[in-house]
Design a protein around this ligand. Structure first.
Ligand code: ADP
Ligand code: ADP
Length: 228
C-alpha cells in the first residue's frame, strides 16, 4: 500500500492546443479507494495513463509513497492496471496470464509463483479456469482473470480504467460487490475511473470529479453530490 500524490499534474497534446489534464493536484491516502468520474473527454484516461507510466506528463509531478514516478522511465512503479477490454494475452492460458505479470515484477521461485497464482485464483473463484484460454471465457470471467492478474502481484496501487463498462447490468453489480470485498480484505489503494456517477458514488471512499481536464470537486460521496 502507498499514498499517491499528484501535484499540478498536466498533460497537453498537439503542442498545447489540447489540455487533457489541467494542473490537477490531489492526494490518495494509504488504502483509500478513490473514484474519478466525469464525462467522456474530461481527462480520466490520460490521468490514469500517466500514473501507469504509459504517458509522459507535460508538467507537475506524481509520487507513489516517497518515490517520484513522474517520468515514464521511473525505475520503481509498483502499480497494476485493470482495463475495460481486459487486455489478456490471447495465446496464454489463464494461469500463464496471471503468472506472467508476477514473473516480471518479483524474484519468487517458480514454485512460489505457482502457489500464489493458485491462491489468488481461488480467491477470485476462477481456479477451474486456469487451463482455459481467454477466448473460452465469458466477459465476467475475463474480468475476474484481469483482476486476479492485478491482485497476484500485490502492487502498491491499483488503477482501474472503466473495468466494468463492457459487462451487462447484472454482472456489473456483482463485480462491484466483488471489487469492494477485495478492497476491504486487502486494504488496497485504488484509483478507479468511471463515467458512471452511481458507480462512483457507491464504490468510492472519496470521489474526484473531473471536467475539461480540471479537478472540480474532491470529497466523500455525500458531500460531493450535495454541493453540485
Ligand atoms: P476520458 O478518459 O475522460 O474520456 P481522455 O483522457 O481520453 O478523456 O481525453 C482527454 C482529452 O485529451 C480529450 O480531448 C482527448 O481527445 C484528448 N486526447 C487524449 N489522448 C490524446 C492523444 N494521444 N492525442 C491527442 N489528444 C488526446
Ligand atoms: P477513453 O474514452 O477510455 O479515454 P478513447 O477512445 O478516448 O478512450 O482513447 C483511446 C486511446 O486513444 C487512448 O490511448 C487515447 O490517448 C487516444 N486518444 C484519445 N483521443 C485522441 C485524439 N484526439 N488524438 C489522438 N489520440 C487520442
Amino acid at each position: 500500500m502507498a499514498t499517491v500524490t499528484l501535484d499540478n499534474l498536466r498533460k497537453e497534446f498537439d503542442n498545447g492546443r489540447i489540455v487533457a489534464v489541467d494542473d490537477v493536484s490531489m492526494q490518495v491516502d494509504d488504502g483509500e479507494f478513490i473514484t474519478v468520474v466525469g464525462p467522456s473527454g474530461c481527462g480520466k484516461s490520460t490521468t490514469l495513463r500517466m500514473l501507469a507510466g504509459l504517458e509522459t506528463p507535460t508538467g507537475g509531478s506524481i509520487h507513489i509513497g516517497d518515490e517520484d514516478v513522474t517520468d515514464v522511465h521511473a525505475r520503481k512503479r509498483d502499480v497494476a492496471m485493470v482495463f475495460q477490454n481486459y487486455a489478456l494475452y490471447p495465446h496464454k492460458t489463464v494461469e500463464q496470464n496471471m503468472a506472467f505479470g508476477l514473473r516480471m515484477s518479483t524474484d519468487l521461485s517458480k514454485e512460489a509463483r505457482r502457489e500464489r497464482v493458485r491462491e489468488t485464483a481461488e480467491m477470485m473463484g476462477i481456479e477451474d479456469l486456469l487451463d482455459d484460454k481467454p477466448d473460452e471465457l465469458s466477459g465476467g470471467q475475463k474480468q475476474r482473470v484481469a483482476l486476479g492478474r492485478a491482485i497476484v502481484r500485490e502492487p502498491d496501487v491499483f488503477l482501474f480504467d472503466e473495468p466494468l463498462s463492457n459487462l451487462d447490468a447484472k454482472l456489473r453489480t456483482t463485480m462491484r460487490t466483488e471489487i469492494q470485498r477485495l478492497q476491504n480484505e486487502l486494504g488496497i489503494t485504488a484509483i478507479y475511473v468511471t463515467h458512471d456517477q452511481e458507480e462512483a458514488m457507491t464504490m468510492g471512499d472519496r470521489i474526484a470529479i473531473l471536467d475539461d481536464g480540471e479537478l472540480q470537486q474532491l470529497g466523500a460521496p455525500k458531500d460531493v453530490y450535495n454541493n453540485p
